[in-house]
Design a binder for this molecule. Sequence first.
Ligand SMILES: [Zn+2]
Ligand SMILES: [Zn+2]
Length: 350
Amino acid sequence: MGCCYFSMKAKFKILAVLCIFILSPLFADRMVSVCLFWNRSVDSVMVSAMSAPLKLKNSIMQSGDTVVLRSGEVVNIESDDYYAISDGRIWRMVSGKCYGRVGKNLYLKIPLRKWIMLTLMGEFPENYPLEALKAGAVVLRSFVLSGKHHNECDVCDRTHCALLPRPQQIPEKYEQAVERTKELVLVYNDTIIPSPLTANCGGRTIPASILWGGSAEWSTAVVDSYCEPYRWEFPATRSQLESISKLPPEQWQIKHKYYDTISWADIGTRISGFAFWTMLVDKFGWGTLCSPTFEMVIRGDSVYFDGVGFGHRVGLCQNGARNMAKKGFTFDEILKYYFPKTKLKKLGGD
Ligand SMILES: [Zn+2]
Ligand SMILES: [Zn+2]
């Protein structure tokens, strides 16, 4: 049995290497590792094999099965699945997503090209014009190739990095957007930039350094004449805010700096504007305080947050990019508009 298992293991290694080889003509050899925060508590992955039985946890898994994660999530096997086993860790792929187990966290490894398609799908609606999707593909490729965004892996699967949808059929439009911008990245001083995207910049993007600190010379503010600025309001109560800080909300100091974006807040301790926004979003949920640009107004027991923009407001404005594409601008013109200091460059090119 043990002998059979090891020969199977060897077969899977060969299969995995072959798959990686087939998938890697130009740049897909780069695998992106993603932290699956939405399944952070998962500590076991059950796997069923596709082309041959895979022995796992003393039972042989048959092809045609489903993958059941300890969290209860069931993933159906699809035809392009493959598996790799190394260092006692199990990796499996479903439609380009590879589930694996490292310590207590669940990770996946995914070819770069597939990651761009899936995140493009997660971040951009299909009814966006192709040129806007192409601009998005370049932004996502640059972001992930600019360096690791988390200690344990390249990116997470949430809006913090880029939203990764569950494995599913990828509409042709997303494939086209990725194929037609193949190998293109945004560079500043010959370095790939961690280009962000934001759903709606509120009429003006803000430089990355204002929000996240650091120099971020590639990033600049852009007055966006193409987007329809999104305004939002979120009501809360004094008691909800009291759970955040011992200091009463009317004594909080909020310092607005650049185009009304919060520079810092003192809620008993002084924190950055971004940390303040993140703290409130953690408290109230994503989509409540839509951007880091807001005023806080206290009336009696009620507290109102009144803001502009959707997302962090740095980089490519998706709403503006869509409208530019509708007006006939090409993806490279869109990118030049939102990242005026950068250049488009082909990976491995001149
Ligand atoms: Zn992240
Ligand atoms: Zn905009």
